[in-house]
Design a protein around this ligand. Sequence first.
Ligand code: SF4
Length: 348
Amino acid sequence: MSVTDYTPTIDTGGPAQPLLTVNHLRKYFPVRGGILGRTQAQVQAVDGVSFAVAKGETLGIVGESGCGKSTTAKLLIGLTEKDAGEIIFDGHALGERLSLKDLRRSVQMVFQDSYATLNPRMTILASVAFGARVQGLEDPEGLARKMMDRVGLDPNRFAHRYPHELSGGQRQRVNIARALAMSPRLVVLDEAVSALDKSVEAQVLNLLSDLRAEFGLTYIFISHDLNVVRYISDRILVMYLGEVVEIAPVDSIWQEQAHPYTRSLFSAMPSMDPDNRTQTPPLAGDPPNPIDPPKGCRFHTRCRFASDVCKAKTPSLAGLARNQAHQVACHLYDSTSGHPQAGQGIPA
Ligand code: SF4
C-alpha cells in the first residue's frame, strides 16, 4: 500500500480512539565504572510515564533538556529498549500481538539533525526510497518521487542531488518525505524544526499540518519552543526529571498552567507585550541529578510552594476540578494530601 492509497483512520464520530497508549514506561541507563565496568548507578531517564494519543491528534511534549523527552520518543519506536512498562499501538501490545518490525513500519521518526540522519553517499531519491524498498513496498522510487513532490521538492531537480547540496530546510523536507514513504500512522518529530530559520520553520510547520490532514496522521511533537508546540499541538504534555507533571488541552494550559514547574517554563517565554509580562519568578538552579532524584515530588527542591508532604509523598496525576481533561501531578490540587490547596492563600 502506498501513502497515496492510505485511508485516514481518524474517527469522525464519537470519542477519539487512542492510537498509542503508554503505561508506566521506564528506562534507566546504567552508569558503569571501575576496572570491571560494573554498574555503579543508574540514570533514571524515564520513570513511570503514562499517556495516550488519540487517532489524528498531535501531542506536544515539552520540558528542560534532560527531562526524558527524547528518551521517551526513542522508546516509542524501539530505538531504545524499555526496562518496564507497556506500549500499546492500535490495541496491540508491543512484544505480544505486535512485533518491533510492525511497530517500526507504523511509527516513523524525524530528528533534529537533518544532515546526520541522511547517508551522505546516497542521492536524495535513494534515501527517500530506501525504507520503502527494505519493507518490500511496490515501486519504491515512484513512491519516493511522489513524496518528494508532496513535501515541495521537485523530483526532477532534487532526485540525484546529495544531502550536502541542500539547505537545512530542504534536508528536513527529505526526512519528512522519507518518513511518509513508509505509510506511517504515527510520526514522532523530535525537535524537527528547532534547527531551522524562523521563516523556514513556519513553512515546515504548515507542511506538517497539511500532511496530517491529508494522510490522517497522528503526531508526537517534541520541542523546547512553547510557541511552536502551541501552534501545532492539540494537547501538551510537560515532563520534569523523567516524569509527567502536567498534561492538558492546549487552550486549557495556555489559560492556566497548574503545575509550578509549567508556570516557570511558560514564564521563561519572552514577551514583547509590556502588559503581558509574567509575574512568576524564573526557575532557579539546575535540575537535580537524575541518578539520585529527590524523594516525593521531584520538583520540591526548586518549588516555592513545597511543604513537608511534598518531600515525603509522590503526587499522582489527576484532573482539575474545572476540567478533568487537564491533569496535574501536584499536592496543591489534592485535597487529601494535607498540603494547603491552590487558591487558599496560595496563588492558583
Ligand atoms: Fe511544588 Fe509540592 Fe506541587 Fe511538587 S507537589 S510541585 S513541591 S507544591
